[in-house]
Design a protein around this ligand. Structure first.
Ligand SMILES: C[S@@+](CC[C@H](N)C(=O)[O-])C[C@H]1O[C@@H](n2cnc3c(N)ncnc32)[C@H](O)[C@@H]1O
Length: 200
């Protein structure tokens, strides 16, 4: 079943909105910089965009398929001149105006939000959005569900390290993978951060 993201925002059913940027991103940015143009697909309410705006990047573009999310993120980032937020579908937009133009893509709870059968398309779309040699910085949500819960429900849809290896191997080479020491309550030990480099 397709998720109606706009309706979830309109009804306030947005449990992914934790009111601040992803702790794994904030922690990584304490010792790293991002340069150039960054794309954040499925940016939602835009908390991560505020952290990305102070990362050293020249341009941060958030895209989301839900107008309500674009509105929230635009308001949140109104005073940040390097940030723009667009109403766009990753699966169509990355192949047109956003093609080959980003130094970095930042992933956080977009991959787990899309139906698993679209994962190859996600990897292809991120590859297409990056310039040659560009990188994907990702916080992947591996296991959202408790052992007694239905593992096939979603979003968020569970994933595994093997699944990530398989989905990205045709388009990316893995540079680094680690478990973030900082995470939102309830997500501790359930995330993996990765840096992947675009294969040309
Ligand atoms: C679980 S939310 C996470 C939002 C944000 N990353 C965060 O952590 O707060 C997933 C977001 O992806 C957006 N989304 C889903 N499919 C999309 C697509 N094909 N293109 C762009 N955004 C999409 C949804 O509207 C929603 O805002």
């Amino acid at each position: 079943m397709t998720t109606d993201w706009q309706s979830l925002y309109e009804s306030g059913n947005t449990p992914w909105d934790r009111g601040s940027p992803a702790p794994g991103l904030v922690s990584w940015l304490e010792s790293h910089q991002l340069q150039g143009r960054i794309l954040a697909p499925g940016c939602g309410p835009g908390h991560d965009l505020t952290a990305l705006a102070s990362s050293g990047a020249s341009t941060v573009v958030g895209i989301d398929i839900a107008p309500a999310a674009v509105s929230l993120a635009s308001t949140r980032c109104a005073s940040l001149p390097s940030v723009s937020v667009l109403l766009a579908d990753l699966f169509t937009e990355a192949h047109s105006s956003l093609l080959n133009s980003f130094d970095w893509v930042f992933e956080h709870t977009c991959y787990c939000a899309i139906p698993p059968d679209l994962r190859p398309d996600y990897a292809a779309a991120v590859h297409a959005a990056l310039r040659p040699g560009g990188h994907l910085l990702a916080i992947f949500y591996l296991e959202p569900w408790e052992a007694h819960e239905d593992q096939n429900q979603g979003p968020p849809f569970r994933t595994s390290r093997d699944d990530l290896d398989r989905m990205f191997q045709n388009h990316f080479t893995l540079v680094e993978a680690w478990q973030p020491t900082a995470a939102f309550p309830g997500r501790e030990g359930r995330e993996e951060m990765r840096i992947l480099k675009r294969l040309d």
